[in-house]
Design a protein around this ligand. Structure first.
Ligand SMILES: *Cc1c(COP(=O)(O)O)cnc(C)c1O
Length: 426
């Protein structure tokens, strides 16, 4: 494979765009080398500007569950575009998509659309604080909830201590209001809530983590977390930006039989266009303007093109057998990778929930961020470039989940496994 046009394009881009990219996960910092510049995408494939065809396991970081440029999604968007791209006034599609979201997530009795996952979690925190009159929030270490100040916070020393900024520019005073506990550790959450009685507005968590590589919740964790929150008057925010319509149509809440107080969505509900959403009971949502005094707004919120892309995507996901097919593709990939790893004596742990998967270069299972940091990241870097050279595009970081779609065929997985067998030797 030749990536010389990408190399030249990135050199030009780096002069005017920070690091040549508009989101740092697209840079190849974790694996070395330069990003690949894409020209177009179709089904399971990306086509770069050098003309290479790549099997895509990034899926735009989650949204592309029906495959790229699905004709029904493209039709929906192009037809809507003829009718005007934004009104700054209500349109019918907002209500339609909100009703569909509520059918899938019964805990979201009312919905507010925004334009990104970051906005959704930011607003969810504001709502939780407004409703409870409390200031503190708790997050799980290694979970990513977008780049807002309150959520770019890392753990201080010790479980019940105050948070520290995880980025320059995040005010120390604000970071102190965010406490951090390990994922999959209900006891740590209980202790933190007990240490700050009546002070914690919400616990926000990815119910299945995709942002430290794929880490599933341990048995009963989500139910325990809900119970602990409720015992302390703390709201449970399930950040389903990644898992919503991904691990099941009704997200992790359907798959694991749990209920959030506030849910955040994004990615799939926009079908590849910029959308986020948050929702909760009617009582909770009555805090939000214009019904209530808690302010939150957006010029392009409920954008008709984005609503149309989301509706078309969800319609495709309601066809029978869709999640079963994703499960089959996932099983083929997972079993194939584990078989190859055994045959070639590679310390590999494949963790998968539905169509989200990570192959950790690590011997045992990964349960939290601390475990994830122990995986062999230099080896992942070699594996990543080996796969890229063989036409497989993985997330350029050991600590990001891979996604596949309905467009990925048995043959695509076979080609991926063949590339993996060769790349394990690097
Ligand atoms: C991607 C993601 C976000 C942020 O969404 P953006 O649209 O990138 O702002 C928030 N939470 C989770 C769980 C995510 O995966």
């Amino acid at each position: 494979m030749n990536f010389s046009k990408s190399a030249a394009a990135m050199e030009r881009a780096r002069d005017v765009l920070v690091g040549g990219v508009n989101s740092p996960v697209r840079a190849f910092k974790g694996v070395g080398g330069h990003p690949i510049v894409m020209a177009r995408a179709q089904g399971a494939y990306l086509f770069d500007i050098d003309g290479n065809q790549l099997i895509d396991f990034v899926g735009s970081w989650g949204p592309m569950i029906v495959g790229h440029a699905h004709p029904k999604v493209v039709d929906a968007v192009t037809q809507r575009a003829q009718l005007g791209t934004s009104f700054g006034a209500p349109n019918l599609l907002e209500t339609e998509l909100a009703e569909e979201v509520r059918r899938a997530f019964p805990s979201m009795e009312k919905v507010r659309f925004v334009s990104s996952g970051t906005e959704a979690t930011m607003a969810a925190l504001r709502l939780a604080r407004a409703h409870t009159g409390r200031q503190f929030i708790v997050k799980a270490a290694g979970c990513y909830h977008g780049h807002s100040d309150a959520l770019l916070v890392k753990a201080g020393s010790g479980v019940a201590t105050l948070g520290l900024p995880d980025s320059p520019g995040v005010p120390t005073e604000l970071a102190k209001l965010t406490l951090t506990v390990p994922f999959n550790d209900a006891d740590a959450l209980r202790k933190t809530l007990e240490a700050h009685p009546g002070a914690i507005a919400a616990f926000i968590v990815e119910p299945v983590v995709g942002n430290m590589g794929l880490v599933p919740p341990s048995d009963g964790y989500l139910a325990q977390v809900r119970e602990i929150c409720h015992a302390h008057g703390t709201l449970l925010i399930l950040d389903e930006v990644m898992t919503g319509f991904r691990v099941a149509y009704g997200g992790a809440q359907q798959r694991y039989g749990v209920k959030a107080d506030i849910t955040t969505l994004g990615k799939i509900i926009g079908g590849g266009l910029p959308v986020g959403a948050y929702g909760a009971s009617k009582t909770l949502m009555a805090n939000i303007a214009p019904e209530g005094a808690t302010y939150q707004a957006g010029t392009l919120s409920g954008n008709p093109l984005a609503m149309a892309a989301g509706l078309a995507t969800l319609e495709l996901l309601r066809e029978p057998g869709v999640y079963e097919k994703l499960e089959q593709t996932g099983a083929q990939l997972e079993e194939g990778l584990m078989g190859l790893a055994r045959r070639h004596s590679v310390d590999l742990c494949v963790q998968r929930v539905g169509s989200m998967v990570t192959a950790f270069f690590h011997k045992g299972p990964i349960r939290n961020e601390e475990d994830a940091m122990k995986s062999d990241r230099p080896r992942f870097g070699r594996f990543f470039h080996g796969m890229l050279q063989r036409g497989v595009y993985l997330p350029p970081s050991q600590l990001e989940a891979a996604f596949f779609s309905l467009a990925h065929s048995v043959k695509d997985v076979e080609a991926t496994l063949k590339a993996a067998e060769e790349s394990f030797k690097l």
